[in-house]
Design a protein around this ligand. Structure first.
Ligand code: DON
Length: 307
């Protein structure tokens, strides 16, 4: 059976899992999204794309942006500087938990993919002001997605900003402990905007492909050192699905980074393949229920293996 036909079938098969999740409601703009959408896309090593379902629907990238911003922060600052500001360990807590910021002796975030670590990463992006910093993130994301139509969803951004009090609490806590190096409100503004960039399943699969190829575009152009792609993907494997990261890696066998918009980005470096799914109904950890089902079927069918 053709892979495209298999994707069509597995999307249909996993539709019942939509009922096991809900669209994110803590950001009102996300609560308006149709939960019944489902899409999948695979980018082969040569850049060719196989896709099915709602793979051209635009949705908010949300936490998946944390991988892209980490890559840019590494380019801007180097590995040593970035990891003076955060650890590389799973947190075992929810993405917006404050607990470990208090209990860690140095008060630094456990990793760049939970919210405090992601906001810390955003604070390290270079630029004369918050507008320039966001524009640098957007331009970088367009480049590695090989898609210059990616843009800011202003309504989502305003909704994130209006309801972002837990993120404010996390950031002020770090500032109060003397470990946050930048302006709180300016950094959060950039963070809310990066989460509100609209992507499609296809553009996400292309970003996954970029990381899976070790930081090289489908044209062969190297954009980031291989080491930086390894950091981004290694941390996706250990921390990408929050307190479900271990079970996800065990069940599905590919690294995944989720977002509350319903996307999951999977760079499979061992095969130089980029995979993405989109299903806005998410579980309590913030991960797409049907999206995970599709990934599991795909992984079994294709015998995907990280090692
Ligand atoms: O910071 C937030 O709450 C959101 N903008 C992003 C959270 C997110 O996507 C968590 N992921 N599953």
């Amino acid at each position: 059976m053709e892979l495209r036909e298999f994707l069509d079938q597995t999307i249909e098969k996993n539709k019942p899992l939509i009922a096991q999740g809900h669209v994110a409601t803590y950001i009102p703009e996300l609560a308006k999204v149709n939960p019944n959408q489902l899409g999948a896309a695979i980018v082969n090593p040569d850049g060719t794309i196989i896709s099915s379902g709602d793979c051209n629907v635009k949705f908010a990238i949300e936490s998946i942006s944390k991988t892209v911003v980490l890559a840019l922060a590494l380019l801007d600052n180097g590995e040593e500087e970035v990891f003076k500001h955060m650890h590389k360990e799973p947190s075992g807590d929810a993405f917006n938990s404050i607990i470990k910021l208090e209990t860690e002796p140095d008060h630094l975030p456990r990793n760049p993919y939970i919210n405090p670590g992601a906001i810390m990463t955003t604070s390290l992006i270079k630029g004369a002001n918050k507008e320039e910093k966001f524009n640098r993130i957007l331009t970088f994301m367009q480049k590695i997605a090989e898609d210059d139509t990616l843009d800011l969803a202003t309504e989502t951004y305003l909704s994130e900003k209006a309801t972002g009090d837990i993120n404010r609490a996390l950031t002020y806590y770090m500032k109060g402990q003397g470990v946050f190096p930048a302006d709180v409100n300016d950094t959060l503004d950039v963070y809310f905007k990066q989460c509100s960039i609209n992507v499609t399943c296809i553009s996400l699969a292309k970003i996954a492909g970029f990381f899976a190829r070790g930081g090289v575009l489908s044209t062969g152009e190297r954009v980031i050192p291989k080491r930086y792609a390894q950091i981004v993907t290694g941390l996706i494997a250990t921390c990408g699905m929050y307190d479900q990261s271990g079970a996800f890696l065990d069940n599905i066998g590919v690294p995944g980074k989720s977002g509350v918009g319903g996307g999951i980005l999977c760079p499979l470096s061992s095969k130089k393949i980029g995979i993405a799914v989109f299903g806005p109904a998410i579980d309590k950890e913030g991960n797409s229920t049907a999206g995970m089902g599709i990934l599991k079927d795909l992984s079994i069918k294709m015998d995907y293996d990280m090692f």
